[in-house]
Design a protein around this ligand. Structure first.
Ligand code: APR
Length: 246
């Protein structure tokens, strides 16, 4: 159990592992996405410049797959915690899926973008927009009014993640930092735990997942197990205490 007190401010970072029990592959696990595809061919500005159709084939396959999945108890547990803690709760995800929102989470920071959003490659001023277009045989990549090609609104390798200022501010203020289902190898997210600890000695740091992450040394506690099983019974808040003891 992780006790969460009246004064606590909770920062949660999620990764691909929280969506594994919903049927979405992780990136580096068995049958992971990066075991099937090469990052440099489908998820970088160089890949886009070289072969934008191959990039759209990759994201089109992922969009089709994302239409078929539902949130799992891990997503619901975090939505409930948000409801209880209100603005003492901050959820940052590396995931591009919409399972947190489908489970009822209201304020989700997608630092790597969203699978069902696209934008103009030229940054012509048109904001990112909702989009579930997929590349079908023989189709052409849609063009923006400015003539630029439409690309997925995803943070590719070599690009800067979104909302970093809001994330840094929340890290500076958190008293509890939790990471769920992330291997701890991709920056800058892998350093968030260190950043939180560097800001405040007493911050409590915990990891939830079936195996220890690469940045395990920075976590006070590790709860080993699938997040869909661990998260629903992890938080001891006032409300859960009241519910329990009346
Ligand atoms: N519950 C919780 N965690 C799980 C589960 C589960 N049921 N199943 C697997 N995991 C854990 C694995 O142990 C692993 O540590 O999820 C982690 C997934 O790690 P990665 O595949 O490396 O995914 P992630 O850390 O989210 O990747 C970070 O890298 O490829 C880029 O942009 C992409 O956002 C992604 C980033």
């Amino acid at each position: 159990m992780i006790p969460i007190g009246r004064e606590d401010r909770v920062f949660i970072l999620t990764g691909a592992g929280i969506s594994a029990e919903s049927g979405l592959p992780t990136f580096r696990g068995m049958n992971g996405i990066w075991r099937t595809y090469r990052v440099e061919e489908v998820a970088s500005p160089v890949a886009w410049a070289r072969d934008p159709k191959l990039v759209w084939e990759f994201y089109s396959e992922r969009r089709r797959r994302h239409h078929t999945v539902q949130p799992n108890p891990g997503h619901y547990a975090l939505a409930r915690l948000e409801e209880e803690l209100g603005d003492r709760f901050f959820l940052c995800t590396q995931n591009v899926d919409r399972l947190h929102e489908m489970a009822g989470s209201r304020r989700v920071i997608h630092m790597h973008g969203k699978i069902f959003e696209s934008r103009c490659e030229r940054g012509c001023g048109r904001p990112p927009f909702d989009d579930d277009w997929t590349l079908e045989n023989g189709a052409e990549i849609p063009l923006c009014a400015c003539g630029g090609k439409i690309r997925p609104h995803i943070c590719w390798f070599g690009e800067t993640p979104f909302e970093m200022e809001r994330i840094a501010a929340a890290l500076e203020n958190c008293t509890v930092f939790m990471a769920v289902g992330t291997s701890g190898v991709v920056e800058p997210a892998a350093s968030f735990v260190r950043y939180a600890r560097a800001r405040w000695d007493n911050v409590r740091t915990c990891y939830i997942g079936p195996e220890e992450p690469s940045n395990r040394a920075f976590f006070d506690e590790v709860f080993l197990g699938p997040s869909g099983e661990v998260l629903p019974q992890l938080f001891a808040t006032e409300k859960s205490a009241t519910d329990l003891h009346g």
